[in-house]
Design a protein around this ligand. Sequence first.
Ligand SMILES: [Zn+2]
Ligand SMILES: [Zn+2]
Length: 259
Amino acid sequence: MKGAWSWAQYTQRPMNLFTPLIEFLLPTLCMVCEKAQNKLLCVNCLAQIKERSFMQKHLCAVCGIPIAAHESTCKTCLENPPNFDATFYIDSYDGVLQTAMHALKYQKRLACATGFAYLWNHSAGMVNSESSIDFLLPVPLNQQKLADRGFNQSWEIAKNLELSEKIRRVPNALLRRNNEISQVGRDKANRKKAVHGQFYIHEIWSKQFENKSIVLFDDVMTTGSTMNTIASLLKNHGARYVSAWVILRTLPKFSQCAI
Ligand SMILES: [Zn+2]
Ligand SMILES: [Zn+2]
């Protein structure tokens, strides 16, 4: 593993006090249209994304894929329910936010994390203030990837969400083993195998999730295998309800659930 690293440094909340002043003094680029202005997301792009947001569409209540108006749950979730109970996301992976997500993860443009949180706060007010939720846990990177990247993009977004006071966000309860192989390019069956056994709960937290409602927060949901595996882990530790919140979701062709 490269470099020294500490949770204390990692979990500090950003100083939001000066954000309005910085935005006023330092023009930036909108993370979607890249026009110069003073917000991370310009008014036009915010309005367009909110309008087409998947928060406004008729989706499977469990896995979040679009379904017919008369249905509440997709066929796959009815026949073979995943371990998580609900899914919320802003946009599909192939939409206008993909470039900004790549800029955050691969070019380390951390301002995009604040932009995604801002977008989430303006698109998902109802789920943010859900009073039955107890914990929000970001999906972890393994230590090697965390050291290489320098940050967990899911936590960088999650720590800027405007949540109900009651929801406790915990960045270090879920952990991920180092010996995994990248999921990029894997098909559904291989992803399921690859994520099995990768995740575990820090011993300090092992008894804290009994009968709790938990949000798993991630930047991108592809097949749902990662969410499914962690939800199974949490439910084996007594969690009552697990919902998946993600910024972008890859939607399966022909609206078939891919979990
Ligand atoms: Zn814009
Ligand atoms: Zn479904």
